[in-house]
Design a binder for this molecule. Structure first.
Ligand SMILES: [Zn+2]
Length: 77
């Protein structure tokens, strides 16, 4: 029996992810610190570049209303 355990899908498009990258997502109120979560997101190289250039709007994760940014330096301080 074999498992495709190394296959991770990009969280933003149907491609395979190139790896996990530090990211921040907005899951609630942007003015509320609790609305922000930091963690690792699986993404492909193409989406990594898109998120890098996403600016203040971030990028919507597929199938959700979450917005994501690359890195840990967004959100309220
Ligand atoms: Zn992608």
């Amino acid at each position: 029996m074999t498992y495709a355990q190394d296959v991770v899908r990009c969280e933003f498009c149907p491609k395979l992810a190139s790896g996990l990258h530090p990211a921040t997502r907005l899951v609630g109120d942007p003015d509320d610190e609790e609305g922000w979560e930091r963690g690792l997101a699986a993404m492909c190289n193409g989406c990594w570049k898109i998120l890098m250039d996403a600016g203040s709007m971030g990028r919507m994760r597929k199938g959700t209303k979450e917005r994501w940014w690359l890195g840990h330096d967004v959100g309220p301080r």
